[in-house]
Design a protein around this ligand. Structure first.
Ligand SMILES: NC(=O)c1ccc[n+]([C@@H]2O[C@H](COP(=O)([O-])OP(=O)(O)OC[C@H]3O[C@@H](n4cnc5c(N)ncnc54)[C@H](O)[C@@H]3O)[C@@H](O)[C@H]2O)c1
Length: 333
């Protein structure tokens, strides 16, 4: 009986019945569940794509990793190199395949396209990357069960574009990594300042994954207390933290040409929340239907992609910053 109860809880079933027949069915279902071969496909074998595969592999996030790129030599090189790390992972297979095969995956991570060069903004990449995303989605024909995570920049515009191309699918099945990376940078900075672990800091960068992003200070908290109690409402300190968070990508790109470790870690967390239906909350680029725009808001992410968008009560100043983000990206949609 205890075993049945445990399996029911594991499979998320609400009603328990203890007949022998039901116990057998539940037992078989639990084995099938445990043996499901999850697959994450990563499109684009550049810095972000290859690092994402490595992070997925070392975190044992999925059974199979498929990597795809128009540059087949680069793709094959990464697949063979990554395969050398398989003995250290629970992942059983890393392989390359065409976009059609990638379309059958549980999660499809799109990192293909041009990356920012020093001095470029993310919005400068829009024309090139819109064409690349359209061509990828047309060839791929993603299955109705797969969740698509957009990472290529400008991520908000490209997510909106992808959602329009895939108009038969619910918008929540296609979303972007948005300001999750910026949020983790913000939490890192606040963690050093307050001497409190990042995971206990509930603060969000919202809006555009770009220059018009903003921190939702009024909705941020630590240990149940408003974060502004800790920062003593110091306006210049808040401004410096937000600006430093926004500029971090530019500073890294100026020094080493691109950023990929942080975003790969973010992608891996989001993939796990989808694959294991964890329903964790991430600030991601999602369609805000009332504004007909795609920007970052905290959202619950589970096996169906975005399951709920958390509408924060932004104060009037933050609402103006949110409107500014909308105005920045609307001309590029
Ligand atoms: N959202 C974020 O937080 C975040 C963070 C870092 C980078 N990025 C973005 O991720 C993207 C990738 O960055 P990167 O550093 O890996 O770039 P990269 O130049 O190293 O790799 C891009 C890869 O895309 C491939 N590609 C181009 N067209 C393709 C197509 N039609 N089909 C398949 N593959 C194709 C290229 O061959 C290349 O290997 C960029 O747009 C970058 O701005 C986003």
């Amino acid at each position: 009986m205890i075993y049945t109860l445990l399996i029911c809880r594991y499979l998320g079933k609400k009603s328990y019945s203890f007949s022998l027949n039901n116990v057998c069915i539940l037992y078989l279902e639990s084995i099938k569940y445990a043996m499901k071969h999850n697959r994450v496909s990563v499109i684009g074998a550049g810095n972000v794509g290859a690092t994402t595969c490595y992070a997925l592999l070392l975190k044992n996030s999925t059974a199979e990793i498929l990597l795809s790129d128009i540059n087949q030599d680069l793709c094959e090189g990464h697949v063979r190199d990554l395969s050398d790390a398989l003995p250290f992972s629970d992942t059983s297979k890393v392989f390359s395949a065409d976009l059609k095969e990638a379309g059958k995956s549980d999660v499809i991570v799109i990192t293909a396209g041009a990356a920012q060069k020093p001095g470029q903004t993310r919005l400068d990449l829009v024309d090139t990357n819109k064409k690349i995303i359209a061509s990828i989605l047309e060839q791929m024909q993603p299955g109705s069960g797969s969740v698509i995570l957009m990472v290529s920049n400008p991520v908000d515009v490209l997510t909106y574009h992808a959602q329009n191309i895939l108009k038969e699918r619910p918008h929540g099945k296609t979303f972007g990594s948005g300001t999750y990376l910026d949020t983790q940078r913000l939490r890192g900075e606040l963690s050093s300042l307050l001497k409190i672990g990042e995971s206990s800091i509930h603060a969000y960068v919202l809006g555009e994954h770009g220059n018009s992003q903003f921190v939702a200070w009024s909705e941020s908290s630590v240990g149940g207390k408003p974060i502004l109690d800790f920062l003593e409402s110091n306006e210049s300190m808040k401004r410096d933290i937000a600006e430093h968070t926004m500029k971090e990508a530019y500073e890294i790109i100026a020094k080493k040409g691109s950023t990929y470790y942080g975003i790969a870690a973010c992608i891996t967390e989001i993939c796990e929340s989808i694959l294991y239906d964890q329903k964790r909350i991430f600030p991601v680029s999602c369609r805000l239907e009332e504004y007909n725009i795609t920007l970052s808001m905290p959202a619950v992410i589970g096996e169906n992609g975005i399951e709920k968008i958390i509408k924060l009560n932004l104060n009037p100043d933050e609402m103006k910053l949110f409107e500014n983000s909308m105005n920045q990206i609307r001309p590029y949609l």
